[in-house]
Design a protein around this ligand. Sequence first.
Ligand SMILES: [Mg+2]
Length: 379
Amino acid sequence: MAGPPPVIPPPSRSTWTVSDLECLVLRVPTDQPEADGTLAWSATTVVVVVVRAGGMIGMGWTYAGAGSKAVVEEQLAAVVLGADPMDVPGITEAGIRACRNLGRPGAVSSAISAVDIALWDLKARLLHQPLSALFGRCRADVPIYGSGGFTTYDDATTTAQLELWVGEWEIPRVKIKIGESWGTNPERDLARVKLTRSVVGDAVEIYVDANGGYTRKQAVRMGRRFGDEYGVVWFEEPVSSDDLVGLREVRDHLDIDVAAGEYGYDETYFATMVAAEAVDCLQVDVTRCGGYTSWLRAAAIAGSRGLQVSAHCAPNLHAHVASAVPNLRHVEYFHDHHRIETMLFDGALDPRGGVLMAADRPGHGLALRTSVAAEYRVR
Ligand SMILES: [Mg+2]
């Protein structure tokens, strides 16, 4: 068999070329200490990529480490500059190949994602189309679920957050973190799920996310109680998402849906996870998986196995692409990213009513507030 056909550089068909690429790193402190089952943090790093062509600006970002900026500048800039912004998958593929010796997952794929998103945004703006129109829509709006419920919260804070999501914003789905301290505080996990049910009432779907904090049998025991006693319907990363056998085992023993995939950095990862029958719903994060180009492919991989996809975090980036796939379950409306995206970007979407309506403006419809960004810029 012949080798893969050369994809880069494709012959330019438009009169546009990418003339400029800029990358900035912002560090935004959390509003209070946050932790899940297996990690604690006090700030979120945002790596923003801005590209220009034909007098238009395209912007993407990823929630990743500052190291992604080095990947953008040292590996990807040479591929992007001078390329035709109409051919985003080709540019992204060239960027992936340029990073071969660095290894794809983590900071590299996050950098590739931010650049891919910026290029799609640029293309849509050059064509004066919303991204949802460029991709083609399957639905007018996308359902969301409220996500936060950190293990560091006291009951009053958890209650206030749940009341905001359900009472004020009318989101009928909520998710809290469990698996506190690597699963060593199961009684508090149960108490917090009980609290959640008492606050949101019977009509709201409750999800839990252990972030891989439980062992396999512990996850089965806990999952039974979450489901039977409190009606939980979604159990995210009950065990490590690297433990595909364990996810499958938990799935086989519970009626609750098992979900994972947020650490998927390439299409092979998603194909392997669904082939292992490890999840009931595949989570895919556009800021990690390789941008819109790979997100759409990952959704197709899930669909090929009869699975739905759920968009992980970065809700304002997911609204358009999530509207483009038939097998969407929902978009995660994450507390930290709500704070950051409404603060940093003009045009952030309104979560009220429990759906996001992709903006009817060119691109993703967001613009960086440069004066706000300057306050948080570290590189
Ligand atoms: Mg998660």
